[in-house]
Design a protein around this ligand. Structure first.
Ligand SMILES: CCCCC/C=C/C(=O)SCCNC(=O)CCNC(=O)[C@H](O)C(C)(C)COP(=O)(O)OP(=O)(O)OC[C@H]1O[C@@H](n2cnc3c(N)ncnc32)[C@H](O)[C@@H]1OP(=O)(O)O
Ligand SMILES: NC(=O)C1=CN([C@@H]2O[C@H](COP(=O)(O)OP(=O)(O)OC[C@H]3O[C@@H](n4cnc5c(N)ncnc54)[C@H](OP(=O)(O)O)[C@@H]3O)[C@@H](O)[C@H]2O)C=CC1
Length: 251
């Protein structure tokens, strides 16, 4: 099924097809999104609109299609992947604005749509994650990422499995009283304030002491064949390093 979330008609059609085929729509995960890197001073109006259209309007199109096509009558769970935006996103102001808009839209929808057979709607805000999205970055950005992971309070980036686990939790009955929240899955990076005397004083450049979770749902053994992600080699080198932490750590 082809889907461009920027196209409201296509969004409705996809939801309709799913309901016709399966008879129901229990959950919607809005994962599609993205941006390009640009300082705000060089961003054109068209560039800003493009990223807002993809992320904010696209997410609205999918939520509305799910509501109209099934959930308004029968209920359901919605989770939208945004991005960690607490202190803005330098060089990605457009996406920061769009994701902040989604977080606020989610709060309103939780209030307005909650009464309709118990729709729950929440966000997951990843920090930097070793994911297929990394292949979109320029080589210099990948270099920077590969050398700055220790600046996170956990001294590592996150994995796709760690984001998936949060999404699965929010979709599940275990989260049945959680509605309208934005769950930051960032290892605490959004709390980081920097340190004028050098970040080394604050973080552990030796590496992470935090066990890593890789390979949904079976864990570090990767029985689903998640050997590496579709990302540049340098990023996968980090993942290999993290897997070793996962195996050797006692939780
Ligand atoms: C670290 C910061 C973020 C926080 C962490 C987040 C990480 C991730 O999200 S991981 C990556 C996920 N995937 C992506 O981000 C996808 C990569 N990006 C894209 O696929 C595209 O850039 C797009 C989907 C965001 C937009 O594509 P499209 O709709 O095809 O837009 P156009 O290429 O036609 O461009 C329209 C318009 O936008 C301006 N523009 C586009 N690229 C750039 C650029 N590199 N620099 C500056 N401006 C750009 C420009 O105004 C374009 O108009 P024209 O000039 O008329 O072409
Ligand atoms: N990796 C990270 O560090 C972080 C990622 N995120 C967000 O997490 C989500 C997943 O990203 P990630 O897996 O890393 O990166 P990817 O680039 O691999 O995933 C983005 C997905 O969005 C799809 N997509 C883009 N535009 C559209 C559209 N108009 N209609 C339908 N689908 C579309 C892409 O499809 P296709 O491949 O066909 O173009 C792609 O599958 C994104 O929203 C991303 O911005 C947020 C914070 C951090």
């Amino acid at each position: 099924m082809l889907l461009n979330i920027r196209d409201a008609t296509m969004a409705s059609q996809v939801i309709q097809d799913i309901v016709t085929r399966h008879g129901k729509l229990n959950g919607l995960v809005n994962n599609a999104g993205g941006q390009f890197m640009s300082p705000a001073s060089q961003l054109t109006s068209k560039g800003f609109s493009t990223v807002v259209d993809l992320n904010l309007n696209g997410t609205f199109n999918m939520c509305k299609a799910a509501f109209d096509g099934y959930m308004g009558e029968h209920g359901g769970q919605i989770v939208t992947i945004v991005a960690e935006t607490r202190n803005g996103i330098p060089r990605a102001m457009h996406t920061g604005a769009a994701r902040a808009g989604i977080i606020n839209m989610t709060k309103t929808l939780a209030i307005e749509w909650g009464p309709y057979n118990g729709i729950r709607i929440n966000c997951v805000a990843p920090g930097l994650i070793i994911s297929s999205g990394m292949k979109n970055y320029h080589e210099t950005m990948v270099d920077l990422l590969a050398h700055s992971h220790w600046m996170n309070p956990t001294s590592r980036y996150g994995t796709e499995s760690e984001v998936s686990a949060s999404v699965a939790f929010l979709l599940s009955p275990a989260a049945s009283y959680i509605n309208g929240v934005n769950l930051e899955v960032d290892g605490g990076s959004s709390l980081s304030k920097g340190n004028p005397e050098g970040d080394e004083l604050k973080y552990n450049p030796e590496g992470s002491r935090h066990p890593v979770y890789v390979g949904w749902p079976e864990g570090v053994d990767n029985v689903h064949g998640i050997k590496q992600v579709d990302a540049p080699a340098k990023i996968n080198e980090l993942l290999e390093k993290y897997k070793a932490i996962g195996r050797s750590s006692k939780i």
